[in-house]
Design a binder for this molecule. Structure first.
Ligand SMILES: Nc1ncnc2c1ncn2[C@@H]1O[C@H](COP(=O)(O)OP(=O)(O)OP(=O)(O)O)[C@@H](O)[C@H]1O
Ligand SMILES: [Mg+2]
Length: 356
């Protein structure tokens, strides 16, 4: 028995020694010259005989992988008309060439676009600066013309010089008209340049509306119209830019008064279910066709070219009103029927929150 154990230990010891020795030798050889192909190569079917050898398949795959990882499309895959992989490589390279070329074109176009945008931005800035300067320069002498014509009108009246009064009134109203026009153009360019801001304050809606009504009364009566106001007094106060909201409502009211004769103009102010305030201004005037409705908010567009001749105006009132309402987070809606009348509906938030 003892002899058997001694022999068994000898065999195990020699076996272990041979195993460890051959493992170390094989590991050393494998480190310098791999005895197996990589897992990746094995997966696509290479065997020991092709060990470490490259193939078009592998090279093409490596190129694809490199391109995917680096985004560099300038490297090309192997081409060979006699192998399938080589043929795929050939077409793949053509594709890459086209991709590379269109990438370059896109890069060039992007640069050109950036330059064009920069130019447009500075041109728009120059236009706004120019308009701001010009309108300021024009407004000063214009105010003098308006002021002096007023003085002369009073003097002519006092001195009984009725013959001059008519012409002086024309000078005065033309000056007034020109001033409105200059202010409108300045407003549009300010809005376009993103320079118009809202000055938010709280104000009482009832006082605000009665002030607007008294301002527009002469205009309304000019065409023998009647103005009816229906105000929900429970609305109380608004937080908004009072001057700009007044400008919008005056634009709408002056249009209603201008395009209606011996009719009714109704201003209804109410609350909406979503905590907003709704201003509905309807008239029984000339109305607009659906084609005319489409251009109402375009600058210098009057519904009909004959409009400016007959009714005056420039076609800036509505575009300005629309842009201001947009700034307030509101919207304008129009319903109109030719010969029957028009209704403008403005909905704005009751409280406009300060931008952070
Ligand atoms: N209540 C309305 N009834 C009929 N047509 C209208 C009414 N409001 C606007 N329009 C049409 O829309 C056009 C554009 O209105 P907008 O207020 O922008 O210009 P305008 O009144 O002609 O000129 P401006 O307001 O610059 O003095 C008007 O010319 C008119 O044809
Ligand atoms: Mg108008």
């Amino acid at each position: 028995m003892d002899q058997f154990i001694a022999q068994l230990s000898g065999v195990v010891a020699i076996g272990l020694y041979v195993f460890v020795l051959s493992y170390v030798i094989l590991r050393t050889i494998n480190a310098y010259s791999p005895l197996r192909v990589s897992q990746e190569a094995e997966d696509i079917g290479l065997n020991i005989a092709e060990h470490d050898s490259s193939s078009d398949h592998i090279d093409l795959l490596k190129v694809m992988q490199y391109q995917a990882e680096t985004g560099n499309l300038s490297v090309r895959g192997p081409e060979d008309v006699f192998t399938e992989a080589g043929q795929i490589g050939y077409h793949y390279n053509i594709l890459m060439e086209k991709l590379e070329e269109s990438g370059k074109v896109m890069h060039r176009q992007k640069k050109e676009l950036q330059i064009a945008m920069e130019k447009a931005r500075s041109a728009s800035q120059a236009k706004t600066d120019f308009l701001a300067k010009v309108s300021h320069e024009l407004r000063t002498p214009l105010n003098a013309i308006i002021g002096y014509s007023e003085i002369l009108m009073e003097e002519a009246e006092d001195d009984g010089l009725e013959t001059y009064l008519d012409d002086l009134t024309k000078i005065h109203s033309s000056g007034d008209h020109l001033l409105t026009l200059i202010n409108d153009i300045l407003d549009i360019s300010k809005i376009e340049a993103g320079k118009m801001e809202l000055y938010l304050e709280e104000f009482n809606l009832k006082d605000f509306i009665s002030q607007i009504v008294s301002t527009t009364q002469p205009l309304v009566e000019k065409n023998r119209n009647e103005l009816v106001v229906d105000l929900d007094e429970s609305i109380g106060t608004l937080r908004n830019d009072e001057t700009k909201l007044r400008q919008v409502l005056l634009n709408l009211l002056s249009n209603a008064a201008k395009f209606t004769e011996a009719g009714v103009i109704k201003l209804k102010v109410s609350k909406t279910t979503r905590g907003r305030v709704k201003f509905e201004l309807s008239d029984t005037g000339i109305g607009m066709t659906s084609k005319q409705l489409k251009t109402v908010f375009e600058e210098f567009m009057q519904a009909e070219t004959s409009t400016s001749k007959k009714y005056g105006g420039t076609g800036l009132g509505m575009p300005i009103s629309k842009k201001i309402t947009d700034m307030m987070g509101g919207n304008i809606d129009i319903k109109s029927k030719i010969g029957e009348g028009t209704t403008f509906t403005i909905t704005i938030p009751k409280i406009i929150k300060e931008k952070k």
